[in-house]
Write a protein that binds this ligand. Structure first.
Ligand code: NAD
Length: 357
């Protein structure tokens, strides 16, 4: 297992902002990208945190990621928006797309946002949290245009990405319920993190290049490539398919089938549905019923081997509290990769190192 660094949050923020400045980003973009990536680490999703920066640097240097881009509106149907992310940082494009959709949902009661051509949107939960903060329920079906990495149920090679699904429910005066997961058994980034840590992945997550079960994370990181499996057998596969049909074919007009695997860029298509519960029902009685159901679910006796019944979004909040106080663990391999990426971006890696420690 490789060494771990524990980096205090303010130091990590300073160090990562220095790296992101290497993209030539505006101050607002530096803040958005730095904040979103570190937030993924804080919420326990290292796979979508600062460890993505080396990939972003390669994508940028190849011309597949365009700093300082903004979302543009391709179709304005009032409560139907079709948006183009112009290959900008997903951390910026996602926030802009949600802001546009939120304004329309507040005006019309609901809005469908079809976003294509955005660079990696990171942790999709961030976009459900943005909608929930505005009092909106949201659903997000997302496809990934990159090297295919997940096999269809019953298939022996990779045909699509880790296609995340996310849903958020706001509760006045309380944290929202945020369900946010990849439709693969584990997120791709988690295999990279496992490989960097020298760990194996759990059983039944991965097949090798011959379609045989393996626990070696390298089969999704370096050739010869195998594939991740979908969660829940045909059920996760079905959700992944819908993410591709809705986030890909419908929202982005592009599916993984078209992806150029030689490119480092990761594009996401996202089909989002935003609903104002107050426009559809009585907000107070909706929330009272939702809270009563959550209490009913929590009253189930905790089975052996489990610590408690958790509601989606709670694990992330627990991680955030713990890591905000104690610092963010970053494995040594990932940290070295970030310093190397800084160098490729023309940033003084020694200064980044000095800022972090
Ligand atoms: N942008 C992209 O291309 C892309 C692709 C794939 C995944 N992702 C992101 O990767 C992140 C990680 O995905 P993942 O599949 O590893 O997530 P995961 O397996 O950790 O599942 C997370 C979800 O399950 C809930 N949860 C976790 N433990 C729970 C428990 N014990 N009881 C009840 N609920 C629990 C969490 O609150 C959260 O909603 C997500 O943020 C996702 O959006 C992004």
């Amino acid at each position: 297992m490789s060494d771990m660094h524990l980096i205090a949050l303010p130091r990590l923020q300073t160090a990562i902002a220095q790296v992101v400045r290497g993209f030539g980003s505006s101050p607002d973009e530096v803040a958005a990208v730095t904040g979103n990536l570190i937030e993924a680490n804080l919420t326990g999703h290292d796979s979508h945190g600062i460890g993505m920066l080396p990939r972003y640097a390669d994508a940028y240097l190849q011309g597949g990621l365009t700093p300082n881009a903004a979302v543009s509106t391709v179709l304005d149907g009032g409560s139907l928006l079709r948006l183009d992310g112009n290959r900008g940082f997903g951390q910026v494009i996602g926030a802009q797309a949600m802001a546009l959709g939120i304004a329309r949902a507040q005006a019309h009661g609901s809005c469908i946002v079809a976003l294509g051509n955005s660079h990696h949107l990171g942790r999709i939960g961030a976009w459900a949290e943005q909608a929930a903060a505005a009092g909106l329920v949201s659903l997000h079906f997302v496809n990934v245009i990159s090297r295919a990495i997940v096999a269809p149920h019953g298939g022996g090679d990779a045909r699509f990405g880790t296609n995340p699904f996310c849903a958020g429910v706001p509760l006045t005066g309380r944290p929202p319920v945020i369900l946010d997961f990849a439709t693969s058994m584990i997120a791709q980034g988690k295999t990279r993190v496992a490989m960097n840590k020298g760990e194996q992945v759990p059983p039944d997550c991965l097949i090798d290049d011959h379609g045989q079960p393996t626990r070696e994370p390298r089969f999704t990181v370096v050739p010869p490539f195998g594939a991740l499996l979908t969660f829940g057998d045909h059920k996760g596969f079905g959700m992944a398919l819908m993410c591709e049909l809705l986030g890909g074919a419908l929202a982005a007009g592009m599916t993984q089938r078209d992806g150029d695997a030689s490119q480092k860029r990761v594009l996401n298509g996202m089909f989002s549905v935003l609903v104002d519960p107050a426009a559809l029902a009585d907000r107070a009685s909706f929330e009272a019923e939702a809270l009563a159901f959550i209490a009913w679910v929590r009253a189930s006796p905790v089975r052996e081997g489990f610590d408690a019944i958790h509601i989606a979004g709670e694990p992330e909040r627990a991680w955030r509290a713990q890591r905000t106080a104690a610092g963010v663990p970053v494995d040594a391999t990932t940290w070295q990769e970030i310093l190397a990426a800084a160098g490729r971006l023309g940033v003084d890696a020694a200064a980044v190192q000095a800022a972090a420690f």
